[in-house]
Design a protein around this ligand. Structure first.
Ligand SMILES: NC(=O)c1ccc[n+]([C@@H]2O[C@H](COP(=O)([O-])OP(=O)(O)OC[C@H]3O[C@@H](n4cnc5c(N)ncnc54)[C@H](O)[C@@H]3O)[C@@H](O)[C@H]2O)c1
Length: 316
């Protein structure tokens, strides 16, 4: 199939591109930046532009059968600073995408939403896809609104779609300098012999999914005929930040100093996903134990550290 990956040069997108190539598909990437950690891959058609650039986006969509939408212009914390920008650049610009997909005859849109924010503070754990949705940040509201428009476009214009609700993804090539993603942030600080900062008292519980497992879920939800339109992808187990720090200690085998700072208001105390729908309907389950996933991420971060003057790690 001809597959367009919007945001294909980011963390999850780059792993999805690898999987699509391995499965023999023709891949085009649309992103505003190059991949940070790797050189462009042979055989991939890279097109560059802003998500909001309608002309360039329309060009990138030509002849594409499947569109993976992984672009988000905000994250849970930054989205509340300017909710109007959040809605314009995510929801409104996604509506243009849907219109164009209908016009071009795209077979399916695969939308990467957010399992960590659309539900809000859960009333029942683990969280099923049918749990009420009460997002507590603009990012979650925009993700959920885009999901609703996908459902509307399917109803009115027969545009097929599937929504992916990942928990906290982690793994190699996640930006360790970003404010998102506790695991790479912790590991990169440790690699620089710096103190780890934990927001709150460490009791916050989250669900962590290794990126290759998530990509396997995205791929199955794309190519399989399934009865549902929304799937949670997580490890299905809640781990506290204390658990993550303990796992990190086992893997890195170094002294680690931890600083606890003030908790963030939009952090719900506990959330982890029920992933039984993905298992029952797609035959998917998470395969990577947390220590193994953290080890892979640590090895990647160390490999970067060995190349201080190079943007790219050594060619294999
Ligand atoms: N990483 C996670 O734990 C996680 C969890 C749940 C949902 N998600 C969602 O998955 C998607 C991918 O996340 P990620 O972690 O790979 O993020 P990322 O930041 O690594 O990748 C996003 C990519 O989108 C591109 N991009 C951003 N804004 C753009 C714009 N205006 N125009 C063109 N390109 C733009 C970036 O250059 C980047 O390459 C996002 O939609 C995110 O909200 C991520």
């Amino acid at each position: 199939m001809n597959a367009l990956v919007l945001g294909g040069n980011g963390f999850i997108g780059s792993h999805l591109v690898d999987r699509l190539i391995a499965e023999g598909h023709n891949v085009r990437v649309y992103d505003k930046y190059e991949e940070y950690f790797r050189r462009p891959l042979p055989g991939v058609d890279y097109q560059f532009g802003e998500f909001g650039n309608r002309g360039l986006l329309a060009d990138a969509l030509q002849e594409m059968e499947i569109v993976f939408h992984l672009i988000s212009t905000s994250n849970p914390s930054t989205s509340n600073v300017d909710p109007a920008f959040d809605v314009q650049s995510n929801v409104v610009d996604s509506l243009f995408l849907l219109e164009k997909c209908v016009e071009i005859g795209t077979r399916k849109i695969v939308y990467v939403s957010s399992g960590g924010t659309v539900y809000g503070s859960p009333s029942i754990l683990p969280v099923l896809e049918t749990h009420p949705t009460e997002p507590m940040c603009s990012y979650g509201i925009s993700k959920l609104t885009t999901e609703k428009y996908l459902a509307l476009y399917r109803l009115l214009k027969r545009l097929d779609y599937v929504v992916i609700r990942p928990s906290n993804a982690y793994g190699p090539r996640q930006n360790p300098t970003s404010i998102q993603g506790a695991i790479p942030v912790f590991l990169s600080r440790i690699a620089r012999n710096e103190t780890i900062e934990v927001w709150g008292d460490g009791s916050v519980i989250r669900d962590y999914v290794y990126v290759n497992d998530l990509v396997d879920g995205i791929y199955r939800a794309t190519v399989q005929t399934a009865p549902s339109r929304i799937y949670n992808f997580g490890c299905g187990v809640g781990l506290s930040l204390h658990d993550i720090v303990a796992s990190v200690r086992r893997v890195v085998d170094r002294d680690i100093s931890v600083l606890f700072s003030e908790k963030r208001v939009f952090d719900v105390p506990s959330i982890y996903l029920d992933v039984s729908r993905a298992w029952n309907e797609l035959g998917w389950k998470p395969m990577t134990p947390i220590d193994d996933g953290i080890r892979q991420t640590w090895q990647f971060i160390l490999s970067q550290k060995e190349q201080p003057d190079s943007r790219y790690p050594a060619e294999k």
